[in-house]
Design a binder for this molecule. Structure first.
Ligand code: GDP
Length: 365
């Protein structure tokens, strides 16, 4: 999973990005690689991994990971070449979801590019740039079709959809609110990789004082929450500055620090939970002496496709899956114990995977 962090300058993107990637790197002791200063690979915290790895005496733990991309340079006029220009918009095309950081904190020492704190105006500014960029993509696509649509029914249909989506965008709407007539149309619009088609999580960046009630009494946060619920998006409330401090701490210190603030989880934990919810993701697990590992799949994924995450051969040669819920397995103290109690099930190719399944795939090579 890849998440792109966007937002106007000075809203706290880099602070958040740095704290997330640093916290992630330290909390799971993951061999953290920096591909690029703007890309951070963060393990998905999963308490089940350690428990299973202890049970199996695993040599290593491999968590699921999320890649964060810090997409700086999105300013008013970016789609017209202002700031870093249009080039970086290409970076956003590759992500699964967008984390849109909005400033909800007041601080006279931090200048706002538009003079005042107003998250809805900021959201609109960024959305307009994304919309402009999407219109360009559609225009290019239409131009590429040339005269082909005149003599080809399928192309003519596509052209009509493109025109309708373009009109929708030109009216200031996001692509994801475009109402598709059927699955085929939906698949076609999805294939365009439009920026405003992507799921969005708003990171409402608040001051420290707003953390205890999760931003409930901050009117800026209220406005963002309302906007998000009307636009099928998630919100998570975070104080980037505090996250930066938390990212310096080890696990015990972190817990004490969060307790002091009256919080249960860090911003990273909240963001990961929000993105899993928004993208409809769950994890299944594999465990053994060599490795205990988490695998991310979409809700509704069937056993063979889940096996295909590990290796395409597993999917092709799928015979069956031996499945046990992680909790049952831990309660029984061993795989054989769980088997004796009848808690290990044999599942076939139509089995729909569940979060927390511990799986052993049987397959032909
Ligand atoms: P970016 O341009 O969006 O990447 O913003 P930065 O992360 O560089 O932050 C801009 C400024 O705002 C920096 O001086 C940060 O220290 C400050 N800042 C970031 N988050 C917070 C916050 O939660 N509260 C306050 N008061 N300042 C913050």
């Amino acid at each position: 999973m890849k998440l792109g962090i966007v937002g106007l300058p000075n809203v706290g993107k880099s602070t958040l990005f740095n704290s997330l990637t640093k916290a992630g790197a330290e909390s799971a002791n993951y061999p953290f690689c920096t591909i690029d200063p703007n890309v951070g690979v963060v393990p998905v915290p999963d308490f089940r991994l350690k428990l299973l790895s202890d049970l199996y005496n695993s040599e290593k733990i491999t968590p699921a990971v999320i890649e964060f991309v810090d997409i700086a340079g999105l300013v008013k006029g970016a789609s017209k070449g202002e700031g870093l220009g249009n080039q970086f918009l290409a970076n956003i095309r590759e992500v699964d979801a967008i984390v849109h950081v909005v400033r909800c904190f007041e601080d006279p020492n931090v200048i706002h590019v538009d003079g005042s704190v107003d998250p809805l105006r900021d959201i609109e500014t960024i959305n307009l740039e994304l919309i402009f960029s999407d219109i360009e993509v559609i225009d290019r696509r239409i131009a590429k079709m040339g005269k082909g649509a005149a003599s080809n029914k399928a192309l003519a249909k596509e052209l009509n959809i493109l025109k309708a989506v373009k009109e929708h965008l030109e009216n200031g709407n996001l692509a994801k609110s475009f109402e598709c007539e059927d699955d085929e149309e939906q698949a076609f619009v999805a294939s365009l990789d439009l920026l405003t088609w992507k799921p969005v999580i708003f990171a409402a960046n608040v001051g420290e004082d707003d953390l205890a009630d999760d931003g409930a009494s901050n009117p800026h946060v209220q406005a963002v929450r309302k906007f998000a619920s009307e636009n099928d998006s998630e919100v998570f409330v975070v104080c980037a500055q505090i996250e930066e401090e938390i990212s310096e701490l080890d696990d015990d210190e972190k817990k004490m620090f969060l307790d002091d603030l009256g919080l249960k989880e860090s911003g990273l934990d909240k963001l990961i939970a929000a993105s899993y919810r928004l993208l409809g993701l769950i994890s299944y697990l594999t465990a053994g002496e060599k490795e205990t590992r988490a695998w991310t799949i979409k809700v509704g994924t069937k056993a063979p496709q889940a096996a295909g995450k590990i290796h395409t051969d597993f999917e092709r040669g799928f015979i069956k899956a031996e499945v046990v819920n992680y909790k049952d397995l831990l309660d029984c103290g061993s795989y054989n114990g769980a088997k004796e109690k009848g808690l290990v099930r044999m599942e076939g190719k139509d089995y729909v995977m569940k979060d927390g399944d511990v799986v052993l795939f049987r397959f032909n090579v």
